[in-house]
Design a protein around this ligand. Structure first.
Ligand code: NDP
Ligand code: 2IT
Length: 448
């Protein structure tokens, strides 16, 4: 590794030695920026790397709320406002017991480059809480969301920071948070959150966007090898927002999806998850808030407690659950089973060892910051519609999303070629995402 890059990496490890997930995300980006840093000395002269790994601002606060027995509970709330060089901070809220500064810094850092790749004017941010919505009543979630927003409203706004959903934050949570924001500020119609319900300013296709976008991206990757999705076998992990709509788009494009999972285990359906079975999953997960195990009971298929989808034969693998869910051994199993493409629907689901295996064996591999950017891109489209006091049809939004994914693929692919690493989507995504932000930082002066 280049000395300058190494010294920046060492400095973040020294500063926050416990933030291992952030180190992993930073290393992944820094390492692949080497050719760009060497080609353009201005980035070192302007201390871009030192500045880009340090969040502009971090907000941490307490969130008291009342449980169903009237007892006061306490969680911690966060917002990492990482980089606003190219637009207002933008990125989701995650509500999950594992949320801490480390996790949110990793996610906020990824978001900078992803948002840049969309081509839309959005900076990088991420936030959330260690609150666990799982097993809570609607009233408990409502109490928490209102309390969370009582502090968060001070720090966000259409020109400042525009949060959205992520793990544990879907339509229900966004609804309560939007209600709280409106109640506190008396402001409506300004795009302070995306992923809103259709009845109060949300965009068509936003719920579908991350999953659909990921599959559009896979389609583009396959085209470079003169292949198509039709009749391919796909394994998907997760059964939340991203997984659900990745499965839907695979079905629409004629592929066969054989797995879904949650944190308890994995189902394997060799006949494929069809539209009817998928609508059962949507009802199970989004309304009943049940477990994927129930799919296996209903359709009489295999369920492996704590199992992962990566042991099954497939052409394409779409990790859509969480970070580091696919390791080096999983990657080897996928390669042995003949996988041709892996596209990340989740953020950083593949470990560095897994990525190495894919690259070594010539598997088409796309990092989340490219292949899952459709979600935040469509959030950008929601912002555009809100600013116009207007809305677009399903077809219009879907066509724009599709075009954005085609553009991201082209940018990433061309950038990799330009830096003499054709087919290296990881390098292409990191460098292309970085260049726009870094140039904007230089243009705006070092205080910005
Ligand atoms: P959801 O909360 O809707 O679903 C998350 C899914 O992943 C659930 O099936 C969940 O299972 C599973 N999961 C979560 N944590 C773990 C864990 N530690 N181990 C195993 N399984 C786990 O979230 P999303 O679908 O929105 O997010 C999934 C991924 O996609 C995340 O990495 C997120 O950052 C990323 N992403 C999301 C975008 C969006 O628009 N929503 C956009 C871009 C990326 P269980 O129910 O058991 O917890
Ligand atoms: O990781 C992500 O890109 C998201 N969770 C979506 C962020 C957004 O602002 O739509």
């Amino acid at each position: 590794m280049d000395k300058y890059i190494e010294s920046v990496y060492e400095s973040i490890v020294k500063k926050d030695p416990e933030q291992k997930t952030f180190h992993q995300a930073a290393y992944e980006v820094l390492e692949s920026l080497e050719p760009a840093i060497k080609k353009f000395p201005k980035f070192q002269e302007h201390a871009i790397l030192e500045r880009i790994v340090e969040p502009e601002r971090i907000i941490i606060f307490r969130v008291p709320w009342k449980d169903k027995d009237g007892k006061i509970q306490l969680n911690r709330g966060y917002r990492i406002q990482f980089n606003s060089a190219i637009g207002p901070y933008k990125g989701g809220f995650r509500f999950h017991p594992t949320v801490n500064l480390d996790i949110l810094k990793f996610l906020g850092f990824e978001q900078i480059f992803k948002n840049s790749l969309t081509g839309l004017p959005m900076g990088g941010g991420k936030g959330g809480s260690d609150f666990d919505p799982k097993g809570k009543t609607d009233a408990e979630v409502e109490s928490f969301c209102y309390s969370f927003m009582m502090e968060m409203f001070k720090h966000i706004g259409q020109f400042t920071d525009v949060p959205a959903g992520d793990i544990g934050v879907g339509a229900r949570e966004i609804g309560y948070m939007y209600g709280a924001y409106r109640k506190i500020t008396n402001l409506h119609g300004t795009c302070v959150l995306t992923g809103k319900g259709l009845d109060y300013g949300g965009s068509l296709i936003r719920p579908e966007a991350t999953g659909y976008g990921c599959v559009y991206f896979v389609d583009e990757m396959l085209k470079t090898k003169k292949k198509e999705l039709k009749a391919k076998t796909v394994t998907v992990s997760g059964s939340g927002n991203v997984a659900q709509y990745a499965v839907e788009k695979c079905i629409q494009m004629g592929a066969k999806v054989v797995t879904m999972s949650d944190s308890d285990g994995c189902i394997y359906d060799p006949d494929g998850i069809d539209e009817k079975k998928l609508s059962y999953v949507l009802e199970l997960k989004n309304v009943k808030r049940g477990r994927i195990k129930e799919y296996a009971e209903k359709y009489n298929v295999e369920y492996v407690p704590k199992g992962k989808p990566w042991i099954y034969k497939c052409d394409i693998a779409l990790p859509c659950a969480t970070q580091n869910e696919l390791d080096g051994n999983d990657a080897k199993a996928l390669v042995d089973n003949g996988v041709i493409a892996v596209a990340e629907g989740a953020n950083m689901p593949c470990t560095p060892e897994a990525i190495k295996v894919f690259q070594e064996f010539g598997v088409l591999y796309s990092p989340g910051k490219a292949s899952n950017a459709g979600g935040v891109a469509t959030s950008g489209l929601e912002m555009a519609q809100n600013s116009q006091r207007y809305f677009w049809t399903r077809e219009e939004v879907d066509a724009k999303l599709h075009q954005i994914m085609i553009n991201i693929h082209k940018t990433v692919y061309e950038t990799a070629k330009l830096f003499d690493q054709p087919g290296n989507y990881q390098l292409g995504a990191n460098i292309a995402g970085f260049l726009k932000v870094a140039n904007a930082m230089i243009a705006q002066g070092y205080y910005a």
